[in-house]
Design a binder for this molecule. Structure first.
Ligand SMILES: Cc1ncc(COP(=O)(O)O)c(C=O)c1O
Length: 388
């Protein structure tokens, strides 16, 4: 990996140390250019006209994204966010009163609240305990499966800590028992070598703006072609659904059923560019480097008196959750900002099931990507040491 070149293509690196890639990671130059040149064209010839002119490239963006995750382009829908993608997918599932959903303790607020809402429809939610190291316990998952269970919902990498859940092993269990498997890959697309075939998920939601380094305002829903016919999409829209007769319409046979007429072609093109960029850098190499950098950051933080690193798990991602003894997390964020370092904080409200046991209601979330460096880690730890 040519870090110098990758940093040159990430102009933000000249101004700040960006350890908020789990929030939004900066678009690399080619991605940014794709966005801007399309908007330029829109300025010149008009919105609908520019979209028509770019139709083949827009379809190509789906192909690039699909290739990144081992899917077919027709299995992808682009919507406004990962949360919307999850809500659309979940609402379309054939769940009935008495059915049960199994999930993990590491779920994101939006995901879990949407599951909770299903209880109004008589659907039961069961949270499978963790394995003693933070991730879902696979044995307990199998034990929880009975004739009422229809769906497993798993957040691959959570929002607030580095734990990587065993998505592939959960997929094998779902397959063996004939269950639908919905993976939330919001914190793994673009950083982890995600492959829907290897994972065995039937649905997957994710986002453009985080580790994939695409533009903001775009989420993705993957729907395995074999299960599409069993889904009942919640909102017909003129883009894909066909109003055939005054009192009858037809759904498209693929994931596009979840899209709307109004879309953001500039962002779609840029997302395709981001997918191609990630492929060129190489997902295996990205995952290795991010894990190494995060490990180094955790190690250096642990050497800091009064610092506590909260991440647990056999496999850890680029998300590092920590607190300092004397300085509240929000103050740490402000203080780092004053030194041109971007981090974020996670509050218990974003992952209540897990964080309620942590004994702290907020943590600093530092998330490193492949373009970050050991020197940046050193600089951040130095600022924290001086502050505390
Ligand atoms: C684990 C996880 N899932 C889902 C989401 C929701 O993503 P979006 O903001 O695109 O809806 C987030 C956002 O931070 C997240 O961290």
């Amino acid at each position: 990996m040519d870090i110098t070149k990758l940093r040159e293509e990430t102009p933000l690196c000249r101004n700040v140390i960006h350890f908020n890639n789990a929030g939004a990671s900066p678009m690399p130059q080619p991605v940014y250019e794709r966005l801007v040149t399309y908007l330029q064209r829109e300025k010149e010839i008009g919105g609908y006209e520019a979209e028509a002119e770019h139709r083949p490239e827009i379809e190509d963006a789906y192909r690039r994204l699909a290739a990144l995750v081992g899917a077919q382009p027709s299995e992808l829908a682009l919507v406004g966010s990962a949360s919307r993608a999850f809500q659309f997918g979940l609402s379309a599932l054939p769940l009935k009163p008495g059915h049960k959903i199994l999930t993990s303790r590491l779920e994101y607020a939006t995901v879990f609240m949407n599951l909770l809402q299903r209880r109004q429809a008589g659907i039961e939610i069961e949270v499978v305990p963790e394995d003693g190291q933070g991730a879902i316990d696979l044995e307990r998952l199998e034990q929880a499966i009975d004739s009422r269970v229809r769906l497993i919902v798993l957040t691959h990498i959570p929002t607030h800590t580095g734990t990587v859940q065993p998505a592939e092993a959960v997929g094998r269990i779902a397959r063996e028992h004939g269950l639908i498997y919905f993976l939330n890959a919001t914190q793994s697309l673009g950083v982890y070598p995600l492959n829907v075939e290897e994972i065995g998920c039937d649905l997957m939601c994710s986002t453009s703006r985080k580790w994939l380094r695409g533009p903001r305002g775009l989420g993705m829903l993957y729907v395995r072609s074999e299960i599409r016919a069993h889904l009942n999409p919640p909102f017909p829209d003129v883009r894909a659904a066909v109003w055939e007769e005054p009192h009858r319409f037809r759904w498209p046979p693929d994931a596009r059923a979840f899209e709307t007429w109004e879309s953001n072609p500039a962002a779609t093109l840029a997302l395709g560019e981001a997918a191609a960029y990630a492929q060129r850098v190489g997902l295996e190499a990205i995952w290795q480097r991010v894990q190494d950098l995060a490990r180094y950051l955790r190690q250096r933080l642990r050497e800091l008196p009064g610092a506590r690193v909260h991440d647990r798990g056999q496999t850890l991602s680029g998300i590092v959750a920590f607190t300092l003894e004397d300085i509240p997390p929000l103050r740490v964020k402000e203080l780092l900002k004053e030194h041109k370092v971007n981090v974020h904080t996670s509050t218990a409200r974003s992952a209540l099931l897990d964080m309620q046991d942590w004994g702290v209601s907020e943590v600093v979330r530092a998330s490193v990507h492949y373009f970050n460096t050991e020197e940046e880690v050193e600089a951040v730890v130095r600022i924290l040491a001086e502050a505390s």
